[in-house]
Design a protein around this ligand. Sequence first.
Ligand code: PMP
Length: 437
Amino acid sequence: ILGVNRSTTIKSYDLLKDMGLIESKVGKGTYVIYEKNIANNENIFNEIYWDNYLGNYSFKNSINIMSKIMSEVSKENLISLSGGFPSKEVYPYDKLKQINIEILENNEIFFQTPVRGDRAFVLTLIKYLYSNKHIKLNHKELMVTSGSQQALNLLIQTFVNPGDNIIIENPSFFGAIHLFRKAKANLISTNISGEGIDLNHIEFQLKNNNIKFMYLLPNFQNPTGYNMSIEDRKKILYLSKKYKVPIIEEDPYGELYFDKYTPSIKSLDTENFVVHIGTFSKTLSPGFRIGYIAADKTVIKKLTLLNQFIDIHANTISQNIINKFLSKDFYNEHLEIVRSHYKLKRDAMVNELNKGQLTFQIPKGGYYIWCQLDKRISVDLLLKESLKNGVDFIPGEFFFNNSYEGRNFIRLNFTSSTKKEIIKGVRIINDIIKNMR
Ligand code: PMP
């Protein structure tokens, strides 16, 4: 070990220990068991090895929540009230199959598109955003992305530095919380409740701290189902301009209203200061992986510069399918169908929840009911028992920046399971809670 200093040697020992490659025997000393592993054909490049190898910006201690939801939702015999996926019962299979046949006539669908998106699709999206969401744009102010998760990722990678202060609703979507954490942003949580968002807290923060962005989900928020009032949207927009802090408005659920549409913050914004993220994942299908960002042209330009090195452009076939689906006006027809379908399912869930002991507000659209439990009931235990009985849901703690805050909440999805499954699932949860008390 000539030439190696003491601290390097100690670090090497620690690493070997973490990798499980050191064996200590009392009275005999410490042995490196590398040879033994090779002889036994064991893989030394195991999980511990790669864990120690991770870069600083990796998800070192991150939970596997998204992957778990994506795979569990299709498990047989499991009623999944966890994932946020569309219903398979009212899916426009025939129309989409027909469109698939039609687009196969166009050889261009097998090739690349510009980084900012397929030209024809961008124009269709501009028309759609004007007619459906009252957002007025020119083609330089729009970019197609691989879903809204990708859109948020591009924004964060482009604009957020470690230590930047971000105002975020409390609770909020865990996919966003984790991306901001990965960027080492400092999340400033602003409480939302049935009465609305804490605007005093927001103004206090804007006045006293250097805030980079406000990240908001004003429409039927994930996870609470809360819908921000039009007055609060106007006030937040006013504050955003007063303190020159842009809003990132994410809107996967706004078109899935059961009573009336609330205008997005972006549609109220006359100076193009709001960055609006949308997606077809909740209204049509997450499998297409198509979303978009509507923002000032300089923002779009910078995002395009980054995306040429991230995923280059969104899937050409998906862009062409959605383009046709929108152009033929199948999309609005489909929205009408899913709105009434989801309303019936929401009613079924509310009706069943009313027979139990969970407290909740009735969402006026979207995908989720956010339920509060008696503090004495352990959500972990409830989930364990529910899974044993074939029902899955998401514990509330995942949606808080400080997970201890969410210990007595659960999120239930009412769109992807059938009405019968929803009723059965909630009944099982109600019964478990009754027995726990
Ligand atoms: N953002 C929010 C707020 C969501 O609820 C979801 C889905 N759970 C996503 C993003 C992911 O959407 P996409 O499939 O468009 O990436």
